[in-house]
Ligand binder design. Structure first.
Ligand code: NAD
Ligand code: UD1
Length: 336
């Protein structure tokens, strides 16, 4: 029995695939490589000295899914394939709805036909919306999202809730990721800055001279230094969360959501300061207007994952930034 990882060539997916292989779990990766490189899969194979079944394909391709599910014996799907930029989704909402919602519906339909009952979904802290107060808890009321990206994640969670009611054998687990950063300690896999506009890759681009300065989106937030705060979590800790889910799967019934964050928050200016100390590089920056769709500040209550899954983040913010920086030093052009 294998686990299908959609989006397994991407930043988080590659770390999840490695963590699964480290546990001797068979993995099949489905990825259309729209935002990743095949080389991440090659690097994992080399690291762990195992072959990965990699299928270059789209979750919206019914024929591809039908074929995949008829050939392979799959126990669970870890579904990471999605478009993920909050800002981009505002201007490109239909593309986000098509990829993230229509694609996931098709995947769930084909899973049902193939009688695959376990679905682990990459959700997001952004679903809690503008009115939620931190620390976010899984059972708090969700009042409205601030971007099509977040809406796409929330809608899939609602589908999962409903499916688990009408199909009692279906288990749907939503992992609400906070802000993953860092890289595997080998520096062989990490976040390729050519595919992302996240804070840490942008800081690394400034440090390596690829960008003149960092644009900080907003310094008028109601936070101690005026810049936005996020809960950063090491991508390896996040990947381990998926292993804890699989270990606990027999105990979990129906739909369940877990926050995966560190439970602490740091502002953009604090992150820059820590990065400068670790790298010895100065990061010039300029304040600009807030980015549309961004929230001022949020962090997770992670007691549910701690208590029910026995999942504890191991790495602190310095470890995260250090691993991220080592990855960039070793791979200044990502997977190129
Ligand atoms: P990523 O872009 O590195 O990985 C996503 C992968 O999915 C890429 O390899 C891409 O090629 C693939 N993909 C996209 N659409 C596809 C499709 N239609 N068919 C097949 N493959 C497709 O992003 P990531 O940071 O690794 O994020 C993984 C998941 O985690 C996403 O669902 C994202 O929404 C979610 N998430 C990410 C963050 C974050 O800050 N990185 C936070 C919360 C949630
Ligand atoms: C990220 C993810 C989103 C995920 C969410 C969960 C991306 C693009 N977004 O969003 O998928 O659901 O975490 O928490 O992967 N910033 C700057 N300058 C920059 C870049 C960022 O000031 O050049 C600021 C942003 O305004 C934000 C903070 O840094 O306040 C973090 O931004 P970013 O890394 O893009 O992540 P999120 O927007 O939080």
């Amino acid at each position: 029995m294998a686990i299908l990882v959609t989006g397994g060539a991407g930043y988080i997916g590659s770390h999840v695939v490695l963590a699964l292989l480290e546990q001797n779990i068979d993995v099949i990766v489905l990825d259309n490589l729209s935002h990743s490189s095949r080389k991440s899969i090659n690097r994992i194979e080399k690291l762990i000295d195992k072959k990965i079944i990699f299928i270059e394909g789209d979750i919206r391709n019914r024929k591809c899914l039908r074929n995949l599910f008829s050939i392979h014996n799959i126990f669970a799907v870890i579904h990471l394939a999605a478009l993920k930029s909050v800002g981009e989704s505002i201007f490109n909402s239909l593309e986000y709805y098509n990829n993230n919602i229509s694609g996931t519906i098709l995947l769930l339909e084909e899973m049902r036909i193939a009688k695959i009952l376990n679905f682990i979904f990459s959700s997001s802290a952004t679903i809690y919306g503008a009115d939620a107060l931190s620390p976010y808890t899984e059972n708090m009321t969700i009042s409205g999202t601030t971007s099509p990206y977040s809406t796409s994640k929330l809608i899939i969670e609602l589908f999962m809730q409903h499916l688990s009611k009408v199909e009692p054998a279906f288990t749907g687990i939503a992992l609400r990721y906070f802000n993953p950063i860092g890289a595997h300690e080998s520096s062989e896999i990490g976040e390729d800055s050519s595919f992302t506009s996240n804070l840490l890759p942008c800081i690394a681009q400034v440090a390596t001279g690829k960008m003149d300065k960092l644009i900080i989106f907003g310094n008028d937030y109601n936070t101690p230094d005026g810049t936005a705060q996020r809960d950063y979590i090491h991508v390896v800790d996040l990947a381990k969360g998926h292993i804890r889910i699989l270990n606990n799967l027999p105990k979990i019934k129906g739909y369940k959501a877990y926050n995966l964050g560190s439970g602490k928050c740091f502002s953009v200016l604090e992150i820059i300061k820590i990065f400068e100390k670790i790298s010895g590089k100065k990061i010039p920056y300029e304040f600009k207007l807030r980015r549309v769709g961004d929230l001022p500040s949020f962090w997770a209550d992670i007691s549910l994952a701690k208590n029910e899954l026995n999942w504890f983040p191991k790495y602190n913010i310095k470890d995260m930034i250090c691993d991220m920086w080592n990855w960039y030093l070793k791979n200044p052009n990502g997977f190129l």
